[in-house]
Design a binder for this molecule. Structure first.
Ligand code: PGA
Length: 250
């Protein structure tokens, strides 16, 4: 089983936060399969978090990587740098990066290749806007995002896709669990039929996942896990979500 529950801490955290989070998480998590769990802190704290979580093999990853390996690219970090710090994965193409930092599917494709070249598992984020959802364009939009992001990266040895409707992120709203299930089924079909050489490991759902709605999501056959923002900042809530996942899926 690969990564199933991934915490996206976004622009939050500090050394003190890392300590408190780990205490709360370890106090409340009642499983022992740590390797299905991942945390993506701000990259500055990857090393620090690793030293705190030495006794359990929770995977650590980054929230982004650059599309180049080296060069005159002030402020960027490369896949090989996060690999050296012991990262197992990187989130790539999150909707906040697409909107705030103007990332295109073509740039995202290059980042996927960088990750793969460095044996970092990419978590490719895709998702439709509220307008696209309301006009029943979800499937078309997602299919196009998948095809454009993968068409020049069609031999990735490992890939995780996170379906994150833009309107569900941080809003408290989610699609119905059955709708998410059918979107995930479509994503798996598209990747497997159009990119048979890509090792698609799992499809996660992201967008307002919390302890209350976790079981309704994890009960869905095609939901392999979740990418969690706000609720993951609370070590206790992340542990409780992981406990729900363990009861239903492990
Ligand atoms: P959220 O964020 O859980 O706070 O909605 C999810 C994400 O942006 O990955």
């Amino acid at each position: 089983m690969s990564l199933c529950l991934v915490a996206n801490w976004k622009l939050n955290g500090s050394k003190e936060f890392n300590h408190q989070w780990a205490l709360e998480f370890l106090r409340n998590f009642n499983g022992n399969n740590f390797s299905i769990l991942g945390i993506a802190p701000a990259s500055l704290y990857i090393d620090h978090l690793k030293t705190i979580l030495t006794d359990c093999d929770i995977e650590i990853g980054s929230q982004n990587i650059d599309l180049e390996e080296t060069g005159a690219r002030t402020g960027e970090i490369s896949a090989s740098m996060i690999k050296e710090l012991g990262c197992a994965f990187s989130i790539i193409g999150h909707s906040e990066r697409r909107m705030l930092f103007h990332e295109t599917n073509q740039m995202i494709c290059q980042k996927l290749i960088q990750a793969d070249n460095n044996s970092v598992i990419p978590i490719l984020c895709i998702g439709e806007s509220a307008e696209e959802n309301q006009s029943n364009n979800t499937f078309n939009v997602l299919e196009q995002q998948i095809i454009e992001a993968l068409e020049n990266a069609n031999e990735l040895s490992a890939l995780i896709i996170a379906y994150e409707p833009v309107w569900a992120i941080g809003s408290g709203k989610t699609p119905k669990p059955e709708e998410i299930n059918s979107v995930h089924e479509m994503i798996k079909d598209v990747v497997q039929s159009r990119f048979p050489k890509i090792g698609l490991e799992s499809v996660l759902y992201g967008g307002s996942v919390n302890f209350k709605n976790a079981s309704s999501l994890f009960e869905q056959k095609n939901v392999d896990g979740a990418l969690i923002g706000g609720a993951s900042l609370d070590g206790r809530e992340f542990a409780l979500i992981a406990n729900v996942f363990n009861e239903l899926r492990v």
